[in-house]
Design a protein around this ligand. Sequence first.
Ligand SMILES: [Zn+2]
Length: 231
Amino acid sequence: MKKNSWITWLILLAAVFVVVETNPQIVPKLEKQVAQTTKKLKPYLYLTKVNLEQKLSGTTTKTTTESQVGKATTPIESPLQGMTTSRTYYYHFKDNVPENARQVFLDAVNTYNATGLVKLIPGQGQSNQNSITFFIYHKKIANIMSSNIELGNGGPSALQLNNYAINTAQAGLNMTYPTMSVKDSVAVHELGHALGLAHSSYTNSVMYPVDQGVSKLSQADLNGLKKIYNK
Ligand SMILES: [Zn+2]
């Protein structure tokens, strides 16, 4: 046990060093950064009341069964509805995206590539190819005790030529609340929007509007992707 906590501290110090080294301007936010770099060790290190309530309601409203989901299809964002589009995307990061945010986006890229339904390739792509830009932004809510916190933002933007769409998509994380937003579940959700998935009413879908910590695509999510890309 003693040995474990020593290793934990060592990893923590190393993580802090990396964060400071790559992002000297964020030193005042060090405490928050530490919280997010250790998220794998202590996932709920800095829970707000709002987030806690969401977590609790999320677990109590989980009534969906696998068989129900099997028949369901996660809805599709309007720019890609009824459209044919390429399954190949070129993705890149805005310069100011920090390493921890890049990592959760890369995890999300792997999640979607693993489906075999889309192919996300690093790079800028041409204007006639589908692309995704990963970005970060800051948005503070006025009253933290009574509002939902926006953890991310993402979606498709389609240039439609007859029935063919060229998708210039974006996926972003709200870095005002990094301990809640820099998560695989949030990145998978926002990338899902970018790829054309809309919100789902199923709590086990990655597209449920409130973060449930779900980063594994449900059968309904896969069905939604198939509808867009398996033509
Ligand atoms: Zn959403």
